[in-house]
Design a protein around this ligand. Structure first.
Ligand SMILES: Cc1cc2nc3c(=O)[nH]c(=O)nc-3n(C[C@H](O)[C@H](O)[C@H](O)COP(=O)(O)OP(=O)(O)OC[C@H]3O[C@@H](n4cnc5c(N)ncnc54)[C@H](O)[C@@H]3O)c2cc1C
Length: 319
C-alpha cells in the first residue's frame, strides 16, 4: 500500500514510494541472477461509507496531479464487475472502491529466501545465534552470542566477534540489547507488542479474482490454488501464549458480520501469527543512528515487509 497511502508528503510517504520502486528493481535484479520472485499487482480498497468513498475520490484526484494512477469505481461499476465475475460478491455495505494498479502483494517467505541466497552469493555470511551483548570496543563493536550446540548435552557455546558497523534489526528484542547502552544513547526507544493473526482459506471452486481486496483494514489476498490469505488481527498483548481463537480472529473471519456467503463457506487450512513491534510515542518505523557504528532498524509495526527495501537503502546510505 504505497500509492493508496493517504498522505503525499513526509517520511512515511517517501519510504513507501521508495520501497515500491525498489521492490521492482530488486525483482529484476533477482530474476537476472536466476531467482524467481513474484509481485501480484492490483489492490481494491473498498469503501464502507459515502464519507470514505468521498475521501477515495479526493485521493484519486490528488494522485492524478502526481501522475500516479488510481481509479475510482462507483457502485454501479462495482456491481457490473461482480455480475461479470471480475470480482466476487462483496461484503455487505460496500458503496464504492478505489482500484490501484501498481500497489499489490508479495509472498514474504519467497522473497526472504531469494534475498538470503542472493546475499550469500555476494559474500553474506549467516551466523545462527542468539546475541546477548553489544559492547563498544575502541572504534568498533564487540558482539557476543550463544551459538548452536555442538555436543551431546545440547549445550550452547558462546562466541564473540568485532564489527565496524552494527544494524540492530531484532524487533522487540532490540530494546533489551540496548539497555546496557542506555546512558550513552540520547533517545529513549520503547516498543510494545501487538499480536497479528492471519488465516489461509480454501475458497469454493467458482470463486477467483485478480488483485488484493482491502475491506475495513482487513486484507483478502487471493493466492494460487484457489486459496485466500485473510489478515490480520490487531491484538495488544504481552505474551505469545495469549494467541489463539480470540474474538478478534473470529471477527476478522466473519468480516465483522459483513462476510459474503462464499467467505462463510471457505475452509480454514492454516493459521499463523506474529508479534509486531510498535514504537511508543513516535511514528513507526525507527531508523536511527544511535551511536557511531550502531544503527537501529526496528518498530516497523504493520509495515515491515513494505518498508523493508527503503529501510535497507537508508542503512546502506548511512554505512
Ligand atoms: C499477521 C501479520 C501480518 C502482517 N502483514 C503485513 C503486511 O501485510 N505488510 C507489511 O509490510 N507488514 C506486515 N506485517 C508486519 C511485519 O511482519 C513486521 O513489520 C516485520 O516482520 C518486522 O520485521 P523485523 O525484521 O523488523 O522484525 P521481526 O520480523 O520481529 O524479526 C526480528 C528478528 O530478530 C531475531 N532476534 C531477536 N532477538 C535476537 C537476538 N538476541 N539475537 C539474534 N536474533 C534475534 C528474531 O529471531 C527475528 O528473526 C504483519 C505482521 C503480522 C504478525
Amino acid at each position: 500500500m504505497a500509492n493508496v497511502f493517504q498522505r503525499s508528503s513526509g517520511r512515511n510517504w517517501r519510504l513507501r514510494q521508495q520501497s515500491l520502486a525498489l521492490f521492482e528493481q530488486w525483482r529484476q535484479e533477482l530474476e537476472a541472477t536466476g531467482f524467481e520472485v513474484t509481485i501480484q499487482r492490483g489492490l481494491w480498497m473498498l469503501a464502507n461509507s459515502s464519507n470514505q468513498f468521498e475521501k477515495q475520490q479526493a485521493l484519486a484526484e490528488k494522485r492524478k496531479k502526481e501522475n500516479i494512477k488510481l481509479e475510482i469505481v462507483d457502485p454501479i461499476q462495482l456491481n457490473n464487475f461482480v455480475n461479470s465475475g471480475r470480482l466476487p460478491e462483496l461484503p455487505q455495505g460496500v458503496c464504492g472502491a478505489l482500484w490501484s494498479e501498481f500497489d499489490g502483494q508479495l509472498d514474504p517467505k519467497q522473497w526472504m529466501q531469494a534475498l538470503l541466497e542472493s546475499g550469500e552469493n555476494y559474500g553474506l555470511q549467516i551466523i545462527d545465534g542468539l546475541v546477548n551483548q553489544l559492547k563498544q570496543d575502541g572504534g568498533s563493536w564487540q558482539v557476543s552470542w550463544l551459538g548452536g550446540s555442538n555436543d551431546q548435552n545440547n549445550e550452547k557455546y558462546s562466541e564473540n566477534r568485532k564489527f565496524d558497523v552494527i544494524l540492530l534489526c531484532s524487533g522487540l528484542a532490540s530494546t533489551e540489547l540496548l539497555k546496557p547502552l542506555a546512558e550513552d544513547i540520547s533517545i529513549a526507544i520503547t516498543l510494545q507488542p501487538v499480536i497479528g493473526q492471519a488465516l489461509e482459506l480454501q475458497l469454493p471452486t467458482d470463486i477467483n479474482w485478480q488483485g488484493s481486496i482491502n475491506w475495513d483494514g482487513i486484507n483478502l489476498v487471493p493466492r494460487p490454488g484457489g486459496r485466500l490469505w485473510l489478515g490480520a488481527t490487531l491484538e495488544p498483548a504481552q505474551t505469545a501464549s495469549e494467541m489463539g481463537a480470540t474474538k478478534e480472529l473470529q471477527a476478522m473471519q466473519h468480516l465483522k458480520g459483513a462476510a459474503p456467503e462464499w467467505l462463510k463457506q471457505a475452509q480454514v487450512l492454516r493459521k499463523w501469527q506474529g508479534v509486531r513491534a510498535q514504537p511508543l510515542g513516535r511514528t513507526a518505523p525507527i531508523l536511527e543512528q544511535l551511536l557511531p557504528g550502531l544503527m537501529i532498524l526496528a518498530g516497523h509495526y504493520r509495515n515491515g515487509i513494505l518498508l523493508g527495501p527503503a529501510s535497507a537503502a537508508w542503512a546502506a546510505a548511512n554505512i
